[in-house]
Write a new protein. Sequence first.
Length: 74
Amino acid sequence: MGGGRRIRYSVAIGAAQGPFRVDVELWYQPIGYRWANNLKPYNSAREPRRFTGYFEAMSTGTAEIVASTSAVVQ
């Protein structure tokens, strides 16, 4: 296993009354949207055109939720 990270979020709730439910998801995307679209200027070549076509066709499945959790905070 690799290392780990801890992230702390702070949300201003003003005068709102709890309890509050917090849902968190960790997503993994092996090839990012921006990186894939950076290949579009090279679409005159067959390989980049084919790759970007595959990426666009699979756009709804290019990322996966690898972990999720919920917590109720007072």
